[in-house]
Structure formats: C-alpha cells, structure tokens
Design a protein around this ligand. Structure first.
Ligand code: FAD
Ligand code: N01
Length: 544
C-alpha cells in the first residue's frame, strides 16, 4: 500500500475524532483494549471543529445533544443557551477530550486513505496520507455522515479573484466580512444559519437560492439556570426517554419549561376551516403548521400547510418579489431535514441583502468578480459555498476500503449503500460504521445514536474476545433483507417523494444512486431490534 512507516499494532483502530470517535476511544479503552484514533483534523470535535461558519449551532436542545455516558460529565457541564452555538459545542468536545484523556490516543492531522482486510492475519491494515500503516483486529469508521463538504462543479470556478470559503470547512481564524460584499450559494441549514449573521457584518450580501425551504424558527434562548438544574436532576430519566423516543429527543424538554420545543400536533388540517387556519397563522406564525398531525397522510393536507407557510412568507417579507422568491413550492413540507432559523426571513427586509431566486434563471458560471446567472451578473468580494455535503457515504467511499478477496466498498455499494443495521457490511469482517446508512443516524439526535452504536460495537468485540472468536460479519442474506426493510418502510412516505431532492436520497450529488439512506423506524424501535439480534446469538452475523 506504499506505506513507509508501520505503527505498533492495536486491538482497535478508530478513524475520526468527532463525538463518535471520541466516545469509541473512551469506551473501548475502558475494556482494556489497545485503541488508536486517527483524525484528519488538527483536533477533536469533528462537525464542530470544521463547521465554524458564523451562526453555526445545533438545532435540538443542548441539554439533550450531549453525552449521557458519564453522570459526572453531564452534571459538571453548563450549557448557556437552549441550542448552543458552535464555539460552545467545540469547547464541550475539548472538555470531553481533556477530562477523559483522549488526545494522547489520537494521531491528528492524519487522513486515512485506505483500509485493507488481510484474510490470513485476520486484521485490518490502514494506511494514511502521512505514509504510515496501522494494523488492528478491528476497525471502526467514525468518519461522520456530514464530514465531506460538497462544492458543486460550476464552470469558471477557478477564475474568481476574491476570497472563497465553504461553510463545512471554515477557516480556524474566522473571516472578517466588514466592508465587504459577499455572495453565498445555498440555503440549506448552513446557509440559513449563516445568512442573517453575515448580513449584519457585511457591506452587502447576495443570496443565491435554488430551492427555498420550509424554515421554522429556532426558538433559541439563554438557558435559565432553573431549567438547567431541573434537567440535571432528571437526567437519568431524560436519557432513558431519549433512547426510546422516535428521534432521540425526550419529552422532558417540553415538560420542563417548553424551551426549544414546537407546538403539539393536535389537529387535523383537513378538518380546519379557512378561518381557523387564519387564526392559527396569526397566533403561531411559521409554526402554525406544526399544529397539524396529518401532513404526512395526504398530499392535499400537506399542500394546505404549504400554502399557509407561503402566506406567512408573504406577510413577513416587505418586497412582494422577494417574498415570492422565498416561497417553497413543488415539494412537500417534511421531505427534507427541517431547517431552523434565527431571523432568516427578516434578513431579506434589510437594504443590504439581495435574493437571487435561481428558479428564475440558474447559475451559468463563476467569473473573476462574481456569479453570472441567466437573469444577470452579480459581483462581490467574497464567495461562500453553503452547498452541503456528500452525506452518509461520502467519507467512507473516499477511502480505498477492501474486504475479503480484495472486494472494494465502492463496488459493494455501486448501487447504493448496503449494510446490516448500518453497523457492518457483508464481506468486510470486523469493520464497523458508526451511524452508518441503514441506521436512524441523521434522522435522530446523533449523540444518542452514536452512544448506542458504540456500546453495541464494544459489547460485540468483548463477546468475540470472550468466545475466543476472531471475526464477525453479516451474512449476505441478512444484509439484503435489512436493505430491503430500510427501503420498504421509507417507501411511499414523503421522504421518498419523486419531487423530493434531499441529501437523504443522495439527490444533491450528481451521479450518486438515488437511495434513501437512513432508517426511519425510529431510535427506540431500532435499538430494540439491535438488542433482539444480539439476544438471538447475533442473528444474521457469522462469527468465526
Ligand atoms: P463528525 O463529527 O463528522 O466527525 C467525523 C470525523 O472523522 C471528522 O473530524 C473528520 O475529519 C474525520 N474523518 C473523516 N474521514 C477521515 C479519514 N479518511 N481519515 C481521518 N479522519 C477522517 N446532529 C444532531 O443530532 N443535532 C444537531 O443539532 C446537529 N447539528 C449539526 C450542525 C451542523 C452544522 C452539521 C454539519 C451537522 C450537525 N449535526 C447535528 C450532525 C453532526 O454531524 C452529528 O451530530 C455529530 O457531530 C457527528 O459526529 P461524528 O463523530 O459521527 O462525525
Ligand atoms: O447542506 P444542504 P447544508 N447551485 O444540502 C444548494 C446538517 N446541518 O450544509 O436544495 C445552487 O441542506 C442547495 O440547493 P438545492 C443538517 O443535517 C445542521 O445546509 O439542492 N445551489 C441547498 O440550498 C443539514 O440538513 C445544522 O436546490 C446549490 C444548499 O446548497 C445538513 O447538515 C446546520 C448547488 C445545500 O443545502 C446539510 O446542511 C447546518 C448549486 N450547484 C447543517 N448545489 C443545524 O442547524 C447545492 N446548492 C443543526
């Protein structure tokens, strides 16, 4: 594999030092295993290390988007906002690394380029861009679902003479926008978070929007000390509830003060009158459509809600043409990951912000001074790509991963990702993925899913060691059945609608197979299946 230096063997290699890799290193070391972490970045934090763009923050309550494995940790850490900003989440990651002494077990600034399974030695050989080769019995890919920024290929890209940034790979030292004109491409979660903040800092901001979203207000706020204490006192119950909840967020946040929560969906929109809908809009604004429980049940119900949403855009935006440009159309509410915002729509009422609705004429090329579209050219000093990620499979497929018989992961996944439980692939023994495709993953509170996967993997490795076994991998049949199951339960829902071009489906990357990747049954139901499979002697796996 062209390596020049071999590192001392480990029991387990962990690739990636975001929350998944950090927890995996801690957990497996608790069991006395020799563990080595390898991370492309210069420090821990993963998502929160790379995504330093202005406005970045989580969109679920931080009291829940945090580790539950250590009572001392969750009692000592003080979140200051309902949804913590990126610097605070990164500080938390650093605190976890310091507290549990993780850094000494991680090689930073090191990117894994290949991982090959040696069938004779029954071990993985992992090579890196530093020319090092690591070997281990087990390899855990904690490489992240949203860790490969996507920069779309647009003609003329290299010609732009100003500064260029991507939200998913933001400079450590930050960016000074003062006195500068800025163009931003993309209005997904990253763009929607960054746009209001950049608009306040820059001389002028031009927003290139291809698809408007159904954005919801974040309802962020400073975290009252009393609320924080109540959650802390109830943490055991909060964590237990998360593990069984549909998306890994407990009802406690709502019960304990209603912070960061949405209205309960208690009504049928199909049974409302126009007057009742008007009343709901007047009372709840954009969140009015959260009140209805039947939006997923029929296209008619969904479209009624979408029309309410557009009406609210009309009311909030001063300029009718800009309002029309911000109105989502032609795809259902709920088919993409919900986007939460803080003052996004109001930003378009500022004098220094211009919306370019690309539905009226798309981007043709990037020039030395800006962007040329079919509706005119726009010049600026700084270009920001908020164009998302090659999600879920991107980080794994960028490595040359080879299992039994030299079979590549790229060929195994040629028609879309195939896994058993999102944890393992047939023909790739002792290789594990954390929050891999085929698990609830990005449809859940990721910290809850990360802890569940790492615990499962850790138990699995210890079980093998106790049995004196050396390899585990799923059967092809179990993998095929799981892939079919994952597809079947998503099929027919809004998530897979023809009109939906979400990254869940890989639709944001040209040429990527259109396959719905996460598992929609929910965190609790999935956990129960994982546990039942273990209880049945690792049903669907071959242990040898
Ligand atoms: P990551 O944090 O992505 O870490 C993976 C690490 O692997 C990275 O550091 C990367 O450098 C490294 N790596 C990848 N490939 C290689 C390689 N070949 N060699 C070496 N190292 C490699 N989820 C939620 O549940 N709630 C939220 O509110 C939320 N907000 C988010 C906001 C943003 C801006 C983004 C981008 C994502 C958000 N997510 C959220 C999802 C988030 O990715 C997860 O919550 C979580 O942080 C993922 O942790 P991870 O360790 O699995 O992956
Ligand atoms: O990426 P996205 P993101 N020309 O793929 C546009 C998590 N996250 O980084 O919709 C013009 O959602 C693209 O347009 P379209 C969260 O899971 C969470 O924003 O394809 N435009 C879209 O508008 C999230 O879902 C938070 O038509 C182009 C945008 O770029 C995930 O990360 C914050 C284009 C990409 O949106 C990804 O979010 C941030 C082109 N050629 C991220 N190519 C929280 O708040 C792409 N676009 C927790």
């Amino acid at each position: 594999m062209g390596a020049t230096q071999t590192v001392e063997p480990s029991d387990v290699l962990v690739v990636g030092a975001g929350f998944a890799g950090m927890y995996a290193i801690w957990k497996l070391r608790q069991s006395g295993l020799r563990v080595r972490g390898i991370e492309a970045g210069a420090d821990v934090g993963g998502t929160w290390y790379w995504n330093r763009y202005p406005g970045a923050r989580c969109d679920i309550t931080s009291m829940e988007y945090s580790f539950g494995f250590s009572e001392a940790l969750q009692q000592e850490w003080e979140w200051t906002e309902v949804m913590a900003p990126q610097p605070e989440i990164l500080a938390y990651a650093n605190h976890v690394a310091d507290r549990f002494g993780l850094r000494e077990h991680i090689d930073f600034d090191t990117r894994v380029t290949a991982a090959h399974f040696d069938e004779d030695k029954r071990q993985w050989a992992v090579s890196t861009d530093r020319g090092t080769t690591y070997t281990a019995r087990y390899c855990i890919m904690a490489t992240g679902c949203l860790s490969v920024p996507n920069t779309p290929e647009i003609p003329g890209q290299e010609a732009f003479a100003g500064e260029v940034y991507h939200t998913g790979n933001w400079p450590l030292e930050g960016v000074d926008f003062s006195g500068k004109s800025v163009g931003i491409i993309g209005t997904g979660s990253s763009g929607v978070q960054a746009i209001p903040v950049i608009a306040r800092a820059a001389k002028h901001l031009t927003v290139f929007q291809r698809t408007p979203n159904y954005n919801m207000p974040a309802n962020n706020a400073p975290l009252p000390a009393e609320y924080r204490e109540r959650i802390k006192q109830n943490y055991a119950a909060v964590r237990a509830a998360q593990r069984l909840a549909q998306i890994g967020v407990s009802e406690f946040s709502r019960g304990l003060g209603g912070l960061g929560s949405y209205p309960e969906p208690t009504e049928s929109i199909l049974e409302t009158t126009p007057e009742a809908r008007e009343q709901a809009l007047a009372t709840y604004g954009f969140e009015a459509i959260r009140r209805y429980h039947d939006l997923a049940e029929s296209p008619e119900a969904n479209e009624l809600a979408c029309e309410m949403f557009r009406e609210q855009v009309r009311r909030v935006i001063d300029d009718p043409e800009t309002a029309a440009g911000l109105m989502p159309r032609g795809y259902p509410f709920g088919c993409k990951r919900p986007v939460i915002d803080i003052g996004y729509y109001e930003t378009f009422n500022r004098d220094n912000v211009t919306l370019v609705d690309l539905r009226r004429g798309g981007i043709e090329r990037i020039t030395d001074s800006g962007v040329q579209t079919a509706q005119g050219s726009f010049d600026f000093d700084v270009l920001v790509y908020a164009t998302g990620f090659d999600a879920m499979t991107g980080a794994l497929l960028r490595m040359d991963i080879r299992g039994r018989g030299g079979r590549t992961l790229a060929s195994h996944w040629a028609h879309g990702p195939k896994t058993y439980l999102g944890l393992q692939m047939s023909g790739f023994p002792n290789l594990f993925t954390v929050t891999g495709p085929g698990s609830p993953s990005v449809l859940s509170n990721m910290l809850v899913s990360i802890e569940q996967h790492v615990d499962w993997i850790s138990d699995c490795i210890l079980t093998l060691d106790q049995q004196g076994a050396s390899t585990i991998e799923p059967t092809e049949e179990a993998e095929d059945d799981w892939v079919r199951h994952v597809f079947e339960i998503a099929d027919g829902t809004m998530l897979t609608a023809e009109s939906c071009n979400s990254w869940y489906l890989g639709a944001n990357i040209p040429g990527k197979p259109r396959v719905f990747m996460p598992y929609v049954a929910g965190v609790g139901a999935y956990r129960q299946q994982c546990e039942a499979i273990v209880a049945a002697g690792y049903r669907g796996f071959v242990i040898s």
